[in-house]
Design a protein around this ligand. Structure first.
Ligand SMILES: *[C@@H]1O[C@H](CO)[C@@H](O)[C@H](O)[C@H]1NC(C)=O
Ligand SMILES: *[C@@H]1O[C@H](CO)[C@@H](O)[C@H](O)[C@H]1NC(C)=O
Ligand SMILES: *[C@@H]1O[C@H](CO)[C@@H](O)[C@H](O)[C@H]1NC(C)=O
Length: 274
């Protein structure tokens, strides 16, 4: 028993040691930013340094701990690590994590799919949606507003993610106002309602095309209609009423049977007396 306990404690400390070494292994090592790139399959940012460090220079650089993070729960940190801060409004944390920078305006460069690197428009409320960051969008590494209207020319960003040799995911994004429009061949077109035929997700208002038909996305909450409520309530009440009447009926039968028994008994008794 003691041995098992000791082993468990040892395993616990060993796993902490692994966590610590995994996240700090590269800090202090020499590096070069010339090798920074996106993984060709997953499009994840890759540098000489680990996920918790960035490279300080293009040559003779050293990996130093990151100065900022872009996600609330950043990748690569363990629960023991001190995580760097998020960036204040109007700034963003680049993939490198080497410090907050000011957001770009329309036409400025941005890192792949990092919509938050682009500043909002004054009237961002008019076209902000699920597929962009406060109405700004980063397509083909350039900032723009997602406010192109019906019939106006638009930009498509078509990215394929490869997870292994067999599974791929193609994500098509555009700068048309969503969800009412999508970028067709060259211009923004009207998105299709649930039930219409489609060939890619983007064509549908719900951005979900399943075997050629626009469908509700899987995360859609189940909506119970009034008719379904009425049917359910009727069924429950019906079941309660039938159980009640069945029990009353059974009870009545029992009483009848008992009554007949007693009547027969008395008649039997009286017969002998007379
Ligand atoms: C890199 O460091 C080496 C050795 O410290 C030095 O000789 C070389 O000039 C440095 N290169 C640059 C580009 O600073
Ligand atoms: C998009 O919004 C910006 C900023 O409000 C505006 O300057 C631009 O004209 C708009 N574009 C379209 C196509 O509405
Ligand atoms: C995206 O790219 C893939 C592969 O190159 C292509 O088959 C597909 O038609 C493209 N989709 C759009 C909407 O351009």
């Amino acid at each position: 028993m003691t041995m098992i306990f000791g082993l468990a404690v040892l395993t616990f400390f060993a796993s902490i040691a692994v966590y610590v070494s995994a996240s700090t292994i590269q800090a202090g090592a020499s590096c070069s930013t010339t090798r920074d790139h996106l993984d060709p399959n997953t499009h994840k940012f890759v540098s000489d340094c680990s996920d918790t460090a960035y490279c300080s220079g293009s040559s003779n650089g050293t990996c130093v701990p990151r100065k900022c993070r872009r996600d609330i729960f950043p990748f690569g940190y363990s629960f023991l690590d001190e995580i760097p801060p998020l960036c204040p409004a109007g700034t963003f944390c680049p993939d490198e994590g080497d410090g907050c920078r000011a957001q770009g305006t329309v036409g400025d460069a941005c890192q792949m799919n990092r919509d938050e690197q682009c500043a909002r428009a004054a009237n961002w409320q008019d076209f902000a949606g699920d597929g962009n960051s406060y109405g700004s969008i980063c397509l083909n590494s350039a900032c723009m507003f997602a406010n192109a209207t019906l019939g106006s020319p638009c930009v498509i960003d078509n990215t394929t993610y490869r997870f292994d040799d067999t599974s791929t995911l193609t994500v098509v994004r555009d700068n048309c106002r969503s969800p009412q429009y999508y970028c067709g061949q060259k211009d923004c077109e009207q998105s299709k309602a649930v039930g219409s035929s489609c060939s890619i997700d983007q064509e549908c208002e719900q951005r979900n095309c399943v075997s050629g038909t626009c469908s509700e996305p899987p995360e859609t909450p189940l909506r119970v209609t009034t008719a379904q409520y009425v049917i359910t309530a009727t069924c429950i009440i019906g079941a309660m009423v039938s159980i009640g009447s069945l029990m009353t009926l059974i009870h009545k039968r029992h009483r009848l049977k008992r009554y007949r028994e007693l009547r027969d008994y008395y008649q039997e008794q009286l017969r002998y007396v007379m």
